[in-house]
Design a protein around this ligand. Sequence first.
Ligand code: FPP
Length: 263
Amino acid sequence: MHTYRLKQRQGEDNKIQETLKRNGNIPIHIAAIMDGNGRWAKKRGLPRIAGHKEGVESVRDIVEACGQLGIKYLTLYAFSTENWKRPKYEVSMLMRLLMRALRDETEKLLKKNVRVQAIGDIGTLPNQVQEELFYAIEKTKSNTGLVLILALSYSGRWEITNAIKLISSAVKHGELEPENISDRTVEQYLSTKGIPDPDLLIRTSGEFRISNFLLWQLAYSEIHISEILWPDFRRKQLYEVIADFQKRERRFGLVSEQLTSSK
Ligand code: FPP
């Protein structure tokens, strides 16, 4: 792009970001279900994997914009437990894409002060993906900016079942009394331990489903369903979603008056 045009665009981008920051109430944690890659490709007569590839471009743009906005956590549903049931070819292409994205992006993420983390049944991923993932996690562990959490071979039910196993084992070994188990205890056994619950869940491509994502953690999250397919979901769309979030009143089960009186 022409340098002048690029500078102009960056200037406009900065202005929008400043406005959002001035409005206050930037979400601390955004979670996203990146849906619609296949449909994006189909609409163009391309193979599904072309949609996933373009989806990686969206990931890049959204990660950068979240970092600039001062969002602290971004959790992306990159591969669900159920995704293993897709045709073998698509699974292996997705794994290859993931491996390549991690390999290509780690240095850039390091420079942008992004810290990579992962949740899910990581041991079920191909060895090479695990290696790239652990390398990215290790390399970026001292970064203090955005925490990018990749949900891989993840599902909410898997995570809760896993927590139940761990809690039962702690009870069995006398480390935990059943009457002392609270929701705080459960949180300690989830893979998101130490990470605040998402303030905002974004799902692209117009589907009204949670699809086994962060079932425990989404209890009070604001949900935004965007009609845009993930490969077309870039920072401009993210800014619109955040502006909408800023207009919402989060009551956490209370009534409006209680919130204003506690301010
Ligand atoms: C859903 O679209 C998308 C996925 C199952 C995979 C998402 C993965 C990426 C965008 C790559 C991730 C890369 C990094 C670096 C995190 P779909 O295939 O279900 O689309 P459809 O509903 O239109 O068929």
